[in-house]
Write a protein that binds this ligand. Sequence first.
Ligand code: BGC
Length: 857
Amino acid sequence: MNKHISLIFLAQALYLSLSAQVQVKQLLTEGLKDPQTIDNAHPRFSWKLSTEQKNTLQSAYEITVMDGKKTTWTSGKITSDESLHAPYEGDALTPGKLYSWKVKVWDNHGHNSASTEPAYFRMGITNWKAKWIEPGYTEQATNRPCPIFKTSYRTGKKVASAIAYITSHGLYEARINDKKVGDGFLTPGFTSYNKRLQYQAYDVTNLLQSGDNNIEITVGSGWYRGTIGWGDNKYGKTLGVLYQMEVTYTDGTKETIISDEHWKSGTGKITYSEIYNGEWQDNRKETTWTGVKVIDVPLNNLVASVAPPVTKHQVFSNIKMLKTPAGENVIDFGQNLSGFVHFKASGQPGDSIILEHGEILDKKGNFYNANLRTAAAKDIFVLSGKGEEYFEPHFTFHGFRYVRVRTKAKMTGIEAVAIYSNTPATGDFECSNAMINQLQHNIQWSQVDNFVDIPTDCPQRDERLGWTGDAQAFVQTATFNHNVNTFFTKWLRDLAADQLQNGSVPYVIPNVLGNDATGSAGWGDAATVVPWTMYQVYSDKRLLEQQYPSMKGWVDFIQLQSPNNMWASGSHFGDWLSYKSENRYADTYTYITTQCYYALSTQLVINAAKVLGKQDDVAKYSALLKKIKDAFCAEYVTPNGRIMSNTQTSYVLALAFDMLPENIRAMAAKNLVDDIASYNNHLTTGFLGTYLLSNTLTRFGYTDVAYKLLLQETYPSWLYPVKMGATTIWERWDGMKTDSTFQTTDMNSFNHYAYGAIGDWMYKNITGINMDSSTTGFKKIRIMPRPGGNLTYAKASYESGYGKIGVDWKIQDTKFIMDVEIPVNTTAEIYVPGKEGKEEVGSGKYHYESTINTTKK
Ligand code: BGC
């Protein structure tokens, strides 16, 4: 062998052994990358493994937590294949301190490796020295311009590190030396403020300079005191800030800068800002500064942020300028999104630019915003006339695709910016049917558009509330598209905080509708469904444990409403927005829905009690569950599986929640299918039936019917809105009718994710990405595609806590060809269409071919 060739061999061998070498990547602390505010004394650590070598499992790990160069704690070598949520078990960690950690792993092939880059986390603080400050001037009664708070801080020393802790009554935007602090919008986020007010921590070392430093914080009314849920001042009347900055100098000395009586306040260019109504800016305005008022507010509601902030995402610059039949200038951004428009403008002092936002054009092609109801969604910008001016709103967002513009000024660089919670994208789905792909696109967009810090019903009209029913119906689909673990952790804490003493759950979380707006079946069940889903999908046992009292509280509340084990009282939303026409309607008797959800939530409490080792509760709630189901069957079900109401939703709820004895389930499923056929293969379900419909059909052997519903293009169906040009999921099956008129103006959002819950069925059945339910977090995967609907290919990927799960199949003549990817540290069972049985595999990439029957139906 000559020298050259042997070198190539050597390089190849080295490559092979290196790629077979297990590696550790994507270290997360409490589900986040390098978080700055850990509020838990025992943070949990997660990581992913990668290697080219098949069938690799972790056999052991060792975590080391460091304080600078000093080891704070090491777990020692722990024999375990778990790489999600391994807890810190050392001594108390110091508030405000930055720690780093790394992990070493061993695998089942005798390799080991340590993370190359350390991960970081900073502990939250408890030693608040800052004082709450409010404006020192008397606020205008109307419009309430945004207050600005400022201070200046001088130092001659060199800054080694500076961490700013900030929160506000209202929404804040902080600037140091005229640079925005952090990349978050609408901070400190929306929580049940009186009980839980989040603060954020920022490393601002690089924003400081030696000499004078200007700190300026502008505050908008936001959810705190702006109009929300049909009223204002829900949490207070006056805006304020709390600011604490811990500075460490290179000489080792420290200094704390706090908000206090020395700050100044005034109003500036933002003359009005409201979430529903929009923002007004007047660049001619100058600030007159006065002092501030220090107020004495207990700090015991302050909590560290646990979820990613709302940040800027896609920017739409490819715009269409329309002149509508009404003669108006309207911009079409091509996508219904949540966010705002930014632009540059020049003109005369006092020239204004008025932007109004709408989701859809009317039948004639004119701008339409009547469905926003009382939400003005109008931004007004006034020019100073000094050269080119840049505008973007700060404390509002709109749900829109179209913008009506009125101005004499010259505008350039007009773009729409999508803003939403920065939850990592995890899922992708594509198949050979372009309309289904558009449906998937619409689901993804309705998800992000409605994940603006809390899960909302819609992002445009005078609502945008954390409707519990919508969230519980959609949560499973949401987990496929994005990692929503910390997003829902935050929201569930508010749910528990706002739950009534008697266990009843508000319609919306945070509860801005009052204590009478509580206790609806299918809505309050978010208390059980969401934590259980987080546990299953993300293996988040601690969250389940923390939410357990809330889960139980909800079921105990229902029990109090249910003499003789029948929940047949109270007012409920029922199968909201189900099908209705002049001659036929699909109303499901409300107390069928209540009883089914009573059973579901009881079942989920039993499941949680089993996981948490609460045997007494398992026994107690199991006995209750039996009584609930018996009462249901005695009252609403015939011996042959016909259920009162005889609607698709009544069958779906009874089947999905196992309400019926085994021997009549098949008959009930047949009744469901007959009902679908009687509507000529159309669904008639509303919010409660729809998200369960297709999975129920598949479970009882009717995947073909599920495909017929999916491919249906006429109303009511998932593809009807697609055919009508939708870019997001509509609230109603017929928001726009076939003649392009609107169903109604009253309640007609074109961006509601609830019906997008079909996404879950698509991932699980078209591409077949499932989890073996004996495990959590996709530790054991089940790949079970069910090709149908004349699809010739489908592919999806899902980034689980362990890594990427991929399925990519195509049909060529009678050949089924499939590539599968299974992440390291998991196992999978693979079901190949056309092949008997299943194959058990470990991590790696696999290729399958089989022969299938492709007779087109
Ligand atoms: C919201 C819904 C919500 C419902 C309650 C509506 O106004 O937009 O999505 O679940 O009220 O029925």
